[in-house]
Design a protein around this ligand. Structure first.
Ligand code: AMP
Length: 427
């Protein structure tokens, strides 16, 4: 089954194939036709299943094929409202909207709190077809009279369970009261507590119900996450993650011995205690590093695939792919070192633009796409061009890229990224 057979327009299919996606994921297979038919939708799906495209693609299709229903000629109303619990998710969703809608004549904007409201107000004065928002900041705009929700045709609640957990229920009810009665409602949630069921029952009319379970080749206990980042900023991001999350016993994989040594030096500059194990180290040095790591007195062990393979290190709380491996199977070996024996583990990968092909190979092997999260202040610069990965070693030493926001099609997210690195920062 391809995207075109699902009934999406050529422009949308083209944008999807530009991203390298050839086959819809299970959630997309079910959600896209349901949304295209105009039904309400209740979808049980987690991040990583491809749920964002599951609602974004058919919403774009419907809006581009339906004339504006505006009762006020001359004004272009907001036609779709997408609510998300966090600023990061809002920014990511709007980026997807923009990307998948790049061949369409539709505009989008993201608004969330923690940043200056004035540029958002200015932007809301011009045409916005699709508004992605966190509830708190959206209500600020409502209060200031800077947003008009009276013409919304499609409402999407993304990660609805998390929004309720975060205490947004009253905000959401207020927002719902500002929307026209006749509209299409799509609700996505990873879990279905009695609270979310009751909420969905009050919101949705004869919804199509779908539930996908993730199809993992890797242990369920391992949480996998991709952090997109520029190649020159990986080291700073790693230090940030270790410090922010107070990680201990972190096994970090690099592709090369030289890379491992360099990373150890750089982490030491950040006052993070790290040692490397690889083929150029003496056995004594390797044994010493490993013993310290196991007993918990060494915070970070940096290893190459080959050095790590023969070592008995497992049950780790954190595995970091500082660079993705050249061979997809090595990814599975690497992350298999965490989350064993019922323990919860976390495997994160710092992925720069050079590594997108490697990531595609890994996702193919796993038969699933991995959740991506952009960390505030580490947003990759979209203008950075991929460079070839040579002999397992990346080209380095070039002048670092400018980190100014890009001049992409629609303003909004680039200029108003949250300052707080908290992934749960409220809107
Ligand atoms: P989501 O669950 O929406 O957060 O998506 C998880 C990741 O899967 C995102 O990076 C998407 O870009 C990617 N993705 C979405 N649809 C597909 C697809 N059909 N094939 C491969 N990857 C996809």
């Amino acid at each position: 089954m391809s995207f075109s057979t699902l009934g999406l327009s050529d422009e949308i299919v083209r944008a999807v194939s530009d991203r390298g996606y050839t086959h819809p994921t299970p959630i997309q297979l079910q959600a896209i036709p349901a949304v295209l038919s105009g039904s309400d939708l209740l979808a049980g799906a987690q991040t990583g299943t491809g749920k964002t495209a599951g609602f974004t693609l058919p919403v774009l299709h419907r809006l581009s094929h339906q004339g504006v229903r505006s009762n006020s000629p001359g004004r272009s109303p907001i036609r779709s409202l997408i609510l998300t619990p966090t600023r990061e998710l809002a920014a990511q969703v709007e980026e997807s909207v923009r990307d998948y809608g790049k061949y369409l004549n539709l505009t989008s904007l993201v608004v969330f709190g923690g940043v200056n409201i004035t540029p958002q107000i200015r932007r809301l004065r011009s045409r916005v077809d699709i508004l992605v928002a966190t509830p708190g900041r959206l209500l600020d705009h409502v209060q200031q009279g800077t947003v008009d929700l009276s013409q919304v045709e499609i409402l999407v609640l993304d990660e609805a369970d998390r929004m309720l957990d975060m205490g947004f229920i009253r905000d959401i009810r207020r927002i719902l009261s500002l929307l026209p009665k006749q509209r299409q409602n799509l609700l996505f949630s990873a879990t279905f507590s009695s609270e979310i069921k009751a909420f969905a029952a009050g919101l949705l009319t004869r919804p199509v119900m779908i539930q996908v379970t993730s199809n993992e080749a890797t242990p369920d206990a391992v949480t996998q996450r991709i952090y997109p980042v520029d190649r020159e900023r990986k080291r700073a991001l790693l230090a940030h993650l270790i410090k922010r999350n107070n990680w201990h016993q972190v096994l970090v994989f690099t592709r090369t011995k030289h890379g491992a040594d360099r990373l150890v030096k750089q982490l030491s500059q950040d006052e993070i205690h790290a040692m490397a194990i690889h083929g150029n180290k003496s056995q004594a040095a390797r044994t010493r590093a490993l013993a310290k790591f196991k007993e918990g007195s060494l915070q970070v062990l940096v290893a190459t695939d080959i050095a790590a393979r023969g070592l008995d290190i497992s049950d780790l709380p954190h595995v970091v792919n500082f660079e993705l491996p050249n061979v997809p199977e090595d990814y599975v070996h690497r992350i298999g070192r965490t989350g064993r024996a019922g323990a919860l583990g976390e495997a994160v990968s710092l992925v720069c633009v050079d590594e997108h092909k490697l990531l595609v190979g890994i996702e193919k092997l796993l038969q699933r796409s991995l959740p991506k999260e952009v960390i505030a202040s580490f947003e990759p610069d979209p203008r950075v061009q991929p460079e070839p990965i040579q002999n397992g070693q990346q080209n380095r030493g070039r002048s670092s890229q400018s980190r100014m926001p890009s001049g992409r099609k629609t303003v909004g997210s680039d200029h108003s990224r949250p300052k707080s690195p908290s992934p749960r920062g409220r809107g």
